[in-house]
Design a protein around this ligand. Sequence first.
Ligand code: FES
Length: 114
Amino acid sequence: MSDVCAFDDLDDGSANRFEVEGVPVSVVRVSDDVYALGDICSHANVSLSEGDVWCDELELECPKHASAFSLVTGEPSTLPATQPVKVFGATVVDGRVIVVDPAAASSEAIEGAN
Ligand code: FES
């Protein structure tokens, strides 16, 4: 779980790159909601946070070849990318944007149960 920034620091309809436990993550604000995807395109080593956000479609477009990735599922809706990017949990708590790696969160839950 990482506190990446203040919600007010994010412009509506923009993507920003942060490191979450050493992994680059693109954090996207659409209106009052935040989303977080792995920042590296699944097609090539390109930072998705440099791309455009399509607010109505809830998609982030790769700046290199324009594959558009769902902010919800991480799946590309257009070629050339065919593989999804990882989806992180993103929420706003007390005006701060919190990003959670779902894999780390589930292992913490397992450790907590033991
Ligand atoms: S590098 Fe992203 S679609 Fe090609």
